[in-house]
Design a protein around this ligand. Structure first.
Ligand SMILES: Cc1ncc(COP(=O)(O)O)c(C=O)c1O
Length: 399
């Protein structure tokens, strides 16, 4: 009998990242002549610092156009290991550093190397959607850890403890967090590492916003509490704090026993990261921090603008974000009064009012009642966008 051809269930169950879909819809409206204020996509509005761009251009002109080893150029891996030492005082072997195409590929490779059929993996919800999709893709069971507004959206060890079982294989943490801007304390991170060590599980720590942190807070990595690097997988990338989203450059640091598996996966899917892009990465690591500090200063000013403007909008509130460049705004009173959900609310804001935001459920089921805005945008756009949202909410409540 002839079979009907169709795409695999494994592929079709992937939930794509909605921010890219919202961006697509917004661009469509723009092509029809509409003015849209973009607060939906999580990427810096800054162009990559000039010295990093120049390093990559030089590399291209000098003929750096060939494959590199799968885990990346030696010099880049060594620079990453060195930076890890400088920032955390922890020695990692450069052999256990693998360079990836963005941290998104690092998330995929980590899950591919760790998750067996039926393994449970805890992850933050609301949180970055690739975690849940990735866990499911490899046959694991996603176990959401609900981040609660009254706990400043932190993933606190007590909540993790309630959810671990003898099937728990890994706990994903993300601090500073997308979409809530929450930052884990030293005790949070330490507590989660202790739980993982007790039950024999991994902590997969996505640290791609780690320099974008405010109020004098400090970033902690589980690597600091896992001396021999047995349970911790660190994922980091150049996209956010160096403003290099389009370059697609990230990395993963693994316990020695996982390194080969991760590199086999990377070899299968991409062979190696782009050569000249890696040269840009080396320049970023060696001479990029002044630009990072300046961009974080700008984000911090914009964060104050968001807090000020949101405080003027009736019936909404938000937890002061402590890191990253997102505001996760509680709009549940508006959705209730208007009799709609956050997806519908975001659609109305885009289609009727020309402001693109992300519905909270794009970041997981526990995001209902919220919208996410990115303030990696100009102060003028942020103010104008939030003032339009204020007007929209007043009209929506009237019905
Ligand atoms: C928490 C988190 N992890 C990973 C990524 C992926 O970033 P990239 O693949 O550009 O490094 C993002 C992007 O938005 C993110 O927010």
């Amino acid at each position: 009998m002839k079979r009907t051809l169709r795409a695999s269930k494994r592929a079709l169950q992937i939930e794509g990242e909605s921010s890219f879909m919202v961006l697509g819809n917004a661009k469509m409206l723009e092509s029809q002549g509409r003015k849209i204020i973009h607060l939906e996509i999580g990427e810096p509005d800054f162009v990559t610092p000039a010295n990093i761009r120049e390093a990559a251009i030089r590399a291209l002109m000098e003929g750096e156009t060939h494959y590199t080893p799968t885990p990346g150029m030696l010099e880049l891996r060594k620079a990453i290991a060195e930076k890890t030492m400088q920032d955390f005082g922890v020695e990692v072997r450069f052999e256990d550093v693998s360079v990836t195409l963005g941290s998104k590929e690092a998330v995929f490779a980590a899950l591919a190397a760790i998750v067996e059929e039926g393994d449970e993996v805890l992850y933050p919800n609301p949180g970055y959607p690739a975690y849940e999709s990735g866990i499911r893709f490899f046959g694991g069971k996603p176990v959401p850890v609900r981040l609660r507004e009254e706990e400043e959206f932190r993933m606190i060890p007590d909540r993790v403890n309630e959810l671990v079982s003898n099937k728990t294989k890994a706990i994903i943490i993300n601090s500073p967090e997308n979409p809530t801007g929450s930052v884990l304390s030293k005790d949070d991170v330490k507590g989660i590492v202790e739980i993982a060590k007790d039950i024999g599980a991994y902590v997969i720590s996505d640290e791609i916003y780690r320099y974008i942190i405010y109020d004098g807070l400090k970033h902690y990595s589980p690597i600091q509490f896992d001396e021999n690097l047995e349970n911790t997988v660190v994922i980091d990338g150049f996209s956010k704090y160096y403003a290099m989203t389009g370059w697609r450059l990230g990395y993963i640091i693994t316990p020695k026993h996982l390194t080969e598996a991760v590199q086999l996966v990377l070899n299968l899917i991409t062979a190696c990261p782009s050569s000249f892009v890696q040269i840009g990465g080396i320049e970023a690591l060696k001479n990029g921090m002044d630009a990072v500090r300046e961009m974080v200063r700008q984000y911090s000013i914009r964060r104050e603008v968001v807090i000020e403007e949101v405080s003027k909008i009736e019936d909404v509130h938000m937890v002061r974000p402590k890191g990253a460049f997102y505001a996760f705004i509680n709009v549940s009173k508006i959705t209730q009064k208007a009799g709609i959900d956050s997806f519908k609310l975001a659609s109305i804001l885009l289609e009727k009012y020309g402001v693109a935001v992300l519905h909270g459920t794009a970041m997981g089921s526990f995001g209902e009642g919220y919208i996410r805005i990115s303030y990696a945008n100009s102060v003028e756009n942020i103010r104008e966008g939030l003032r339009i949202i204020d007007k929209a909410f007043k009209e929506l409540k009237k019905g």
